[in-house]
Design a protein around this ligand. Structure first.
Ligand code: MRU
Length: 368
């Protein structure tokens, strides 16, 4: 997508140096920092400390991290170590494990001398595949928006609520939840987006709002607790969120607070869709509440907020009393029964084992 008229992906290789470059998302929306990642340790820090974040982007970044490490040492021991170091950075998004497994399996059967080039080629393919996958999510999701526009909101904007950032900076490009929105705008369908701020890290306020603002898409930022009220008053036509891991039966793990939006949507008869690449499906897991590891992050993300002061400087401030501890579960699980449908690159599936296997029949043998 474009930033000030220039096309960017969220991760790419510099055309001159070959270095892997990222947008350091910690500073958005106030500062736009592009930085290279040069070593395995730098990749691990960038994922753990959320310089890059969002399930698909975490996966693509890990793939490039393996490639950079292979250029330094292409031995089996180094490959296994890269898998371990990167895998322990964040526990919930399954795209991380998917990308690491993909890289290791392909590299294992390859002579060491060929590994650096193969690894970089495959990391590039993973990034390119993510872009195409997300584009197709948009193509399929667009039809949902088009139908609502036609049947319920002729001549009026379709109001879409989203949570966290499942936008282009959470992926390599397009985003997942935002791809149908970008496609709807391109198709000339009027939309308006309610952007949940998404405490504690405010990915909605800082990233989704920045993306939509940059693309001139009508939106308002709302506090996380406003969603239920807006739904009760007919101001939300559709919810679309992303996911960090979706189970074989369609339970959806996503940023903390997603479950409450799904409950409110169900109570108000509002369709609740989840947009995801198939790399986010964990076919080995069935019951998301019991089986998905939920990342617990540092309490300072709860007790402090980051923002811009009137003098233009950016800083973080404490919002709670000295000594009040914070608790910070970063994700929750929305049971499949609350999900209207799963928007994937192959089409829209019911949130159920049958629905997912209908689109991905080759998974029949691997599903939990
Ligand atoms: O903690 P984050 O910012 O990595 O969490 C991101 C989300 O929860 C996104 O909604 C999810 O990864 C889908 S991104 C396309």
């Amino acid at each position: 997508m474009k930033v000030d008229g220039t096309h960017y992906r969220a991760i790419w290789r510099d055309a001159d140096t070959g270095e892997v470059m990222i947008l350091d998302q910690r500073w958005l929306p106030h500062n736009f920092h592009v930085v290279p990642l040069k070593s395995l340790d730098e990749f691990a820090v960038a994922i753990r400390d959320m310089w890059v974040r969002g399930a698909p982007l975490i996966g693509a970044t890990a793939a490039y991290g393996v490639a950079v490490e292979m250029a330094r040492d292409a031995s089996d021991a180094s490959l296994d170590n890269a898998w371990d170091v990167l895998h322990e950075t964040r526990p919930t998004a399954i795209n991380l494990r998917w990308a690491l497994d993909d890289m290791r399996e392909r590299l294992r059967g390859t002579p060491e001398a060929d590994r650096p080039a193969l690894a970089m080629k495959r990391a590039g393919e993973i990034a390119d595949e993510d872009v195409e996958t997300n584009r197709m999510i948009g193509v399929h999701g667009l039809e949902i928006i088009r139908e609502i526009a036609k049947t319920k909101k002729p001549g009026e904007p379709v109001n879409i609520l989203t949570h966290c950032n499942a936008g282009w900076v959470a992926t390599v490009d397009w985003g997942t939840a935002t791809s149908p929105i970008y496609h709807a705008v391109e198709a000339g369908i009027p939309v308006h987006v309610w952007v949940d701020e998404t405490r504690p890290r405010n990915q909605g306020a800082q990233l989704t709002a920045w993306e939509l603002n940059s693309h001139g898409i009508p939106h308002h930022l709302v506090v996380d607790n406003a969603g239920g009220h807006l739904m009760q008053h007919g101001q939300v036509d559709l919810v679309i969120v992303g996911t960090d891991r979706t189970t074989a039966r369609g339970d959806v793990c996503n940023k903390i607070g997603t479950y409450l939006k799904a409950l409110a949507a169900r109570d108000n008869g509002i369709p609740f869709y989840v947009a995801l690449p198939s790399t986010t499906i964990d076919w080995t897991v069935d019951d998301g509440v019991k089986e998905i590891p939920i990342e617990n992050r540092h309490e300072s993300e709860v007790t402090r907020v980051f923002g811009k002061l009137e003098d233009g400087s950016v800083t973080s401030v404490q919002i709670s009393p000295d000594g009040t501890p914070g608790e910070n579960p970063a994700f929750d699980v929305t049971p499949a029964r609350l999900v209207t449908g799963l928007i994937t690159e192959r089409g829209v599936a019911a949130a159920s084992r049958e629905g997912l296997l209908g689109l991905f029949p080759e998974r029949q043998t691997t599903a939990a």
